[in-house]
Design a binder for this molecule. Structure first.
Ligand code: ACO
Length: 462
């Protein structure tokens, strides 16, 4: 039973709306500590001050790092609904406005004008690269695409029907056993080599996983191709005939990758940070992120959306399906809808939906029945009180599976594609964390509700 009541009160709540600056590398501490809150234990009258912190934009946070020392309590926040786990300069989301910024740049502008490798460089380094810097980065990425032949043989150990995400996560973790020249995470050059290597090799690993499921020979990377064109070649070329890379498909892939490149402290990125915070080998940390991404509540949703659309079958069945979704005794969800942060349109979903029209049209697949069904499902859901009242909108995965499928990516590879794209974000966050001299191991606390201390009973007495 609780016998202590705390009152949390804010003394002042300035709302900072300064425009983000890529050159701003640190905030003066006075700025960060300008807001104060009072926390009072109503049972004994003990009060204390908690400092608020304000970032460049976005909600203020409350610094509770001394809460346990000063008040003897921990915070309780299942699912981290109200917890900022770190300070970060990489990505900003305004969930109410449906806004996403990478290093301050709106994702819409990057989607229109940039390329995936430029975005990866931006995420990792914080500034848009010059022509020379970008050329050097692209050259470095495209000259680290091969994987060690011994690592390639790992795939032979997997069953033919192993899920590609299982293979990718295992092989990425295994990279820690091969690349020993990047193990000093305190050395910036080691970190850079790791970053280039993982971004360069993940498409090769993904393609090897795909070829293994098909039973086809592995296709080696071509370093004279661009990042996404090379990936398509490794996925779809076979040694016995020429394969022509469709520039429309390569461009669509590059755009999808930009949209998936980062999303601040999401589940998989937080997993990479947590695993990396122990000082673990960075490949192992990225592998942990791949595993976390796989779940249907996260990156696995793109595959789940297509399965759901197949199950619904036709527009005539939408009402029946949504009735099940709204029925609390049924665990089924409208996949590709809802988001922890976005309580308005996910800006990425908007871009991907309009891209669907363009790409399907260019590929001569405008009458795609899954796309038609998804559009109708979205329209009905967005007018339904259940979804309206809960602010549930299509997220990035509602349409991404349709477009990936239209460009020939098989369903089991959809989350792998997401993993390749998100690697840029994972690397940027890992770099940000380990280059911070104040990095600490991530170690949350708990509210223990198990048995109190008790004595062991011999088996005969139980
Ligand atoms: N379908 C039906 N109801 C939903 C959905 C959905 N897709 N999403 C949320 N709700 C309902 C919940 O049942 C809950 O209702 P209640 O208040 O009556 O209990 C309310 O909306 C809030 O939902 P939570 O689960 O508390 O929201 P949370 O922030 O924890 O979950 C999540 C977010 C996991 C994305 C959720 O919306 C979901 O499961 N969506 C479907 C899976 C999906 O598309 N995931 C991809 C997300 S994008 C990404 O990770 C790349």
């Amino acid at each position: 039973m609780l016998d202590v009541v705390y009152v949390l009160d804010s003394a002042q709540r300035p709302c900072k709306a300064a425009s983000p600056s890529i050159n701003e590398t640190s905030f003066p501490s006075e700025k960060r500590m300008s807001i104060k809150y009072e926390l009072k234990n109503l049972a004994n009258g003990k009060a204390g001050v908690l400092n608020g912190m304000s970032g460049t934009i976005g909600p203020n946070v409350l610094d509770i790092s001394h809460l346990t020392r000063d008040f003897g309590v921990f915070t309780y926040d299942p699912g981290f609904m109200a917890t900022a786990s770190t300070e970060s300069k990489i990505t900003y989301i305004d969930g109410d406005a449906g806004e996403l910024l990478y290093r301050g740049y709106p994702v819409e502008q990057l989607a229109e004008k940039s390329s995936y490798l430029e975005v990866a460089n931006l995420l990792i380094n914080g500034v848009l690269p010059t022509r020379e810097e970008l050329d050097a980065f692209q050259r470095s990425i495209m000259h680290h695409t091969m994987i060690n032949e011994h690592l390639l043989r790992f795939f032979q150990g997997f069953h033919h029907d192993a899920h590609p995400m299982a293979m990718v996560s295992a092989v990425v973790a295994s990279m820690a056993a091969f690349y020993h020249d990047t193990t000093d995470i305190r050395d910036p050059r080691h970190r850079e080599i790791f970053a280039h290597r993982i971004i360069a090799k993940l498409p090769t690993i993904a393609a090897a996983a795909y070829k293994h499921t098909l039973g086809q020979p592995f296709i080696y990377p071509h370093n004279d191709l661009r990042y996404c064109a090379n990936m398509l070649n490794m996925f779809f070329a076979v040694p016995c005939e020429p394969y022509a890379i469709d520039p429309v498909v390569a461009e669509a892939l590059d755009l999808l990758f930009i949209l998936h490149a980062d999303h601040e402290q999401n589940a998989s990125t937080s997993t990479v940070r947590l695993a990396g915070s122990t000082g673990a080998n960075p490949y192992a940390a990225i592998s942990a992120g791949v595993s976390a991404l796989w779940g249907p509540a996260h990156g696995g949703a793109n595959e789940a959306v297509l399965t759901m659309l197949d199950d619904i079958g036709s527009a005539a069945n939408i009402d029946k399906f949504l009735a099940r979704v709204k029925d609390k005794s049924d665990s089924i969800r409208l996949m590709g809808f809802g988001h922890r942060i976005y309580k308005n349109f996910d800006p990425r979903a908007k871009i991907i939906r309009s891209m669907c029209y363009r790409v399907l049209d260019k590929l001569g697949k405008s009458d795609n029945p899954l796309f038609e069904l998804a559009l109708r499902l979205e329209e009905i859901a967005l007018h339904d009180e259940y979804f309206v009242s809960r602010k549930l909108y299509p997220n990035v995965d509602f349409y991404s599976g349709i477009i990936y499928s239209a460009i020939g990516i098989p369903r089991s590879m959809l989350t792998v594609m997401f993993a390749i794209a998100r690697t840029a974000g994972w690397v940027a966050h890992w770099q940000e964390m380990v280059s911070d001299p104040n990095m600490r191991i991530g170690r949350p606390r708990q509210l223990y509700t198990g048995a109190a201390k008790r004595d062991y009973q011999p088996i005969a007495k139980r």
